[in-house]
Each structure stands twice: as structure tokens, then as C-alpha cells.
Design a protein around this ligand. Structure first.
Ligand SMILES: Nc1ncnc2c1ncn2[C@@H]1O[C@H](COP(=O)(O)OP(=O)(O)OP(=O)(O)O)[C@@H](O)[C@H]1O
Ligand SMILES: [Mg+2]
Length: 562
């Protein structure tokens, strides 16, 4: 807790003071209620009306008739109870806000330390766990555990105060209520906490998986534009969310079961006790009825408040829900589109009078005209920052030109569909999970195309990965870590391997050999050249080995006016 800022330390002290005030209000309100009960009981049983157990209050009210006295006492008790509820709502809100602030600060400090230690360069799964514990985990621990704990203490205080007074008032009633309360609390708690703990653990694991899925989806969005694999990830996200929703409902329902068991039990015992006392005549009907009403009322008020809070929470959640539903609808449409994409013939691409600038002070292209012939390898060269990657992104449709056109034409007159396009960025992203996933293949495709995959890995000099092909087939976890240890050059070729496994006819490769030595670059280039049988290839490269093998070279230094 040394991370807690001074402001929050102070607010914890003020919380203790608030709690003290709250307890005093509770004691006064319950004391007044007991006075009312004692007077009512005396009236009902025809006994002598007792004086109020406080000299000053008794004196203050002595001139009033008995009904007026009861009315004033009732009104004051009501105001105290009301004040207590309002005070507690404000206090809890303030406390939770402060705790939220602490959680945010702890997360920020933790993330800062981790970035400093450079742990982010490591294992994807570990990263997911870290991310979870620093964000959601800390929030949950602080807001839920500490927040609920403070509310629990305040509730226990209230129960204690009521029970102590009840013991003075009627030892049998208090005794039975106390015994019932303690046993049912322990039984329900024992049953529910075990279940809730395991639900919490499973939910945390799902949260970690989900954040990994999101991270992967975002990081491969550029590369996996062309594959059904992307829609598998969307489906995965949906499945995890469905399981999360199920667990969430269990988590919400369980505490309510305990609440209803307790409430029903209390009402049942109160009824039983009242009938028993009525039958034995040891207490008057009026006092029992008032007692029962008091008990019912004290249960009803919090229940009403909670119902109101729930409905407000639902209304409050409608705004974000609407936004989320629109987004989900959009991704479903996207997933469907991806699945219906078809294979087309290699395109010829013509760039005509193209202008592009990132901003007014950063113009990149002006009146650019280039032809990329079908089924050829065209290499784009130019100094760093000239706009090579920008041009590739314009060709992919990721960026829109300010003016001018990019025209795709095909021998068979069909139009370009993005399933035919594969993009390999300068630094391909690796995902969490196994080799199949990192090749953008479903489990089935991976099994069916195993020989093709092995041959491609050998061709690209990725023999090291051959071991994990078998590991992957056996679903063994032990050697998958190799994927986290790949060098820059190996990652680059894995990115190429997954691109080559796509049935595409338009390949865009951004510096595919930049991290390779001469020998490895040569074998890789050979594999790229074989693609010409079925595809148009556009590549950016500074590698002489690559542009010397190209059919044509586009030099942006000469074409670009800026
Ligand atoms: N998202 C962006 N927003 C604004 N400016 C950008 C963005 N991406 C690139 N630029 C700018 O556009 C110019 C061209 O960048 P680009 O990445 O296309 O260069 P490049 O030729 O691929 O360089 P390199 O050889 O280093 O990869 C640079 O000045 C860069 O700062
Ligand atoms: Mg670039």
C-alpha cells in the first residue's frame, strides 16, 4: 500500500470518521425504535406506559399525548434512518471513486516498471496475464474486495447495534434471530464463496484469453485481411464472450440466492415467533405486529433501493450497449464477407494522376503515374521516408488518394476482391497460440496441408520450425515456446510463409529480405519468384539480390516531385 498517494491515505482516515458518525446515527435511530416498541407493547397489553429511557427526551415530550409522542418519535426515527441511507450512499460513492483512482495509479506505476524492464518483448501469454493483473485484476481487487469490505463493515455494525438492542428488549426473539442469522450466513457463505471463487478464477482466465484475442485481431488486421482465418478469430471472440456472459450471470445470481434465503428465513421465523407468542399470550398482538412491520420495513427499504439502483444501472448501460451492438453487427457483416470471398486472376494495376499527402505540410505524391503488369515482379525503391510503404497502403486500399485513381484490371474481366490480396508488412506480427494459428490456418487446414507446409518451411530455410510442426500436430505445449524465440529474420520468413499459403493472386511485400543474410535472402527470393506463376507481386526493397531479379523497377526518388 506504499503506492497509495497521500490524498488517498487522508481519505481513508476520513472514511473511518464517516463510519464512526454513521454508527452513532444508527445507534440513535435504533434506540428510538426500541422506545416506540416498548410504548406500543405497553399500550397493547394494558400495562402502565413506560417513560422514555432518557431524562432529557422524556422531559421534552412529557406534555404531548401518547399518540403524538409516538408520532414524533416515529418521525425522528424515520429521518435518522433516511439520513443514514443517504449518508452511506454518498460515502460509498466517494470511497469507490478514491479506490478507482488508486487502482489507476497502481496500474500506471506497474506498467511503467514493466516497460522499463522490457518484459514486453517476451511471451504473449505472459503479457496477457500481466496486462490483466495490471488493469482488470487490480481494479477488481481494489474496487470489489476493498470496496465491498468497507460496506460489509458498515452493515455488520448495523446488525450488531440492532441485535444488542433486541437483546435488551426481548431476549428470546433476539436469541432466535441471532442464531438463525449466524447459521444461515455461515452455511450460505460457505456454499456460495467456494463456487464464486472458482467462477472468478475461470472468468479471469477468459478475460486474459479475450484480451489476447483482441490484441491479435488488431495486430494482424493488416495481414489477415485476405483470409477466412480472420473470421475464425471473430468467432473465437464470440465464443469466449458467450462463456463470459454465462459466468457473469452465475456470479450475479449466487449472491441473490443467499439474499433471498436469508430474507425468507427471517420472515418465516418472525411469523412463527409472532404466532407462538400470540398463542401463549406472552406478548400483545400490537407489539408483535409492530415488531414484524419494523422487521419487514428494514428489509424492504434496502431491497427497494437496490431495485432502483439496478434499473438505473440498466438504463445507464443502454448507451454503451447500443454502441457495442453496432460494432458487433459490423464485425458479423465483416466475418460473412470474408467467408464468401473467391479466388480471382492476377491483376494488372495502373496508378493514374495520383495525389496524396498525410497533411498539408507533408505532401507525399503529386501526379503519380505507374503501371504494374500482371504476373510480374515489380520492385519499388527509393530513399527512406520517400513514401514506399505509403504507396503500398494506397494500393491495398488502406489509404484513399486525395485525387487520382488506382485501376485494377483482369484478364477474365472480374473485379478485385480483397481475398486475392496478401500483404506482408516490414515486420510481420506473431500471435499468441500455436503454429497453425501463426500460419493463419484452421486446425483442419493445417492437418490437411501438412506436407505443403513442411516443404515451404524447408524452402524458406525455416528448418527449426519443422520440429514444432509435429509438436503442433500432437497438441503438445512443450516446444511451442520456440515461436517466442524467433529471430527477426525468422519472423520475417514466417510472415512470408503464411502469405504464401494463401490462395492469393496479388502479393504486396514490404522489404521481405531486409533482415536476411545473403544466402537466406537468395532462397527466399527464389520462392517469391515462383509465385509469378499465379500472382502479381509488388515489393519494396533495398536488396540488390531482389531488385536484380525483378521484371521492372520503380524508383520513387525520380518519380516523386517532393
Ligand atoms: N500514419 C502516418 N501519419 C502521418 N505521416 C505518416 C504516416 N505514415 C508515414 N508517414 C510519413 O510519410 C512519409 C513516408 O513514409 P513511408 O513509411 O511511406 O516511408 P518509406 O519510404 O516506406 O520509408 P522506409 O524506407 O523507412 O520504410 C514519412 O515522412 C512518414 O513520416
Ligand atoms: Mg517503409
Amino acid at each position: 500500500m506504499s503506492y497509495l498517494p497521500r490524498k488517498n491515505k487522508l481519505s481513508i482516515i476520513s472514511f473511518a470518521i464517516y463510519s464512526g458518525i454513521l454508527t452513532v446515527i444508527e445507534i440513535i435511530a435504533v434506540w428510538i425504535s426500541v422506545q416506540i416498541l416498548q410504548i406500543s407493547r405497553a399500550i397493547a397489553s394494558g400495562e402502565e406506559i413506560p417513560s422514555i429511557q432518557n431524562h432529557y427526551v422524556d422531559k421534552l415530550l412529557q406534555d404531548l399525548q401518547i399518540s403524538q409522542k409516538l408520532f414524533v418519535l416515529g418521525l425522528v426515527a424515520f429521518v435518522f434512518f433516511l439520513f443514514r441511507s443517504l449518508f452511506q450512499i454518498l460515502l460509498n460513492k466517494k470511497l469507490l471513486q478514491n479506490l478507482g483512482e488508486s487502482a489507476a495509479q497502481l496500474s500506471a506505476i506497474g506498467i511503467g516498471n514493466i516497460v522499463k524492464q522490457n518484459i514486453f518483448a517476451g511471451n504473449h501469454n505472459r503479457l496477457g496475464e500481466l496486462e490483466y493483473s495490471l488493469t482488470t485484476g487490480i481494479d477488481k481487487a481494489i474496487l470489489t474486495i476493498v470496496g465491498s469490505f468497507s460496506i460489509l463493515i458498515s452493515d455488520i455494525l448495523l446488525i450488531l447495534v440492532i441485535l444488542v438492542y433486541l437483546f435488551f428488549y426481548d431476549i428470546t426473539t433476539a436469541g432466535i434471530l441471532f442464531l438463525f442469522g449466524v447459521t444461515s450466513f455461515l452455511v450460505v457463505n460457505r456454499f456460495a464463496t467456494r463456487k464464486l471463487k472458482s467462477i472468478g478464477r475461470t472468468k479471469a482466465k477468459l478475460d486474459i484469453t479475450l484480451s489476447g484475442e483482441f490484441r491479435d485481431t488488431l495486430s494482424i488486421a493488416g495481414e489477415a485481411r485476405n483470409t477466412k482465418f480472420f473470421s475464425d478469430i471473430v468467432l473465437n471472440v464470440k465464443n469466449v464472450r458467450v462463456r463470459q456472459g454465462y459466468l457473469y450471470s452465475l456470479q450475479t445470481i449466487f449472491p441473490y440466492i443467499s439474499k433471498y434465503v436469508l430474507e425468507l428465513g427471517f420472515l418465516f421465523f418472525a411469523g412463527l415467533l409472532t404466532s407462538y407468542k400470540l398463542a401463549t399470550g406472552s406478548i400483545s398482538d400490537a407489539a408483535s405486529a409492530v415488531g414484524l412491520l419494523f422487521l419487514g420495513g428494514s428489509r424492504l427499504t434496502p431491497a427497494l433501493l437496490r431495485a432502483q439502483q439496478s434499473s438505473q444501472a440498466i438504463i445507464g448501460a443502454l448507451g454503451p450497449a447500443e454502441q457495442a451492438l453496432t460494432t458487433i453487427k459490423f464485425s458479423e457483416d465483416l466475418a460473412q464477407k470474408i467467408e464468401t470471398r473467391q479466388f480471382k486472376s492476377p491483376p494488372k494495376i495502373q496508378v493514374r494522376n495520383l495525389d496524396f499527402n498525410w497533411s498539408k505540410d507533408n505532401p507525399i505524391f503529386s501526379n503519380l503515374n505507374i503501371d504494374f503488369p500482371a504476373q510480374q515482379l515489380t520492385c519499388i525503391i527509393g530513399k527512406t521516408g520517400i513514401g514506399k510503404t505509403t504507396l503500398l497502403r494506397l494500393l491495398m486500399g488502406d489509404l484513399k488518394p486525395n485525387s487520382g485513381h488506382i485501376v485494377f484490371s483482369f484478364e477474365n474481366e472480374s473485379t478485385l476482391d480483397s481475398s486475392s490480396l496478401v500483404y506482408v508488412p516490414q515486420e510481420p506480427h506473431l500471435m499468441s497460440g500455436d503454429l497453425a494459428r501463426n500460419l493463419f490456418l484452421s486446425e483442419n487446414d493445417f492437418q490437411n496441408r501438412i506436407n505443403e507446409i513442411k516443404n515451404l518451411l524447408i524452402k524458406l530455410d525455416l528448418n527449426r520450425l519443422l520440429n514444432i510442426v509435429d509438436v503442433n500436430l500432437n497438441h503438445s505445449k512443450s516446444e511451442k515456446n520456440i515461436l517466442n524465440q524467433l529471430s527477426k529474420g525468422e519472423k520475417q520468413r514466417l510472415g512470408l510463409a503464411r502469405a504464401l499459403l494463401q490462395k492469393a493472386n496479388f502479393f504486396i511485400l514490404d522489404e521481405p529480405t531486409s533482415a536476411l543474410d545473403v544466402r537466406t535472402a537468395k532462397v527466399t527470393i527464389q520462392t517469391i519468384l515462383e509465385l509469378k506463376e499465379r500472382a502479381t507481386i509488388i515489393t519494396v526493397s533495398h536488396d540488390e539480390n531482389l531488385f536484380s531479379k525483378s521484371d521492372s523497377i520503380i524508383n520513387l526518388n525520380e518519380l516523386n516531385k517532393f
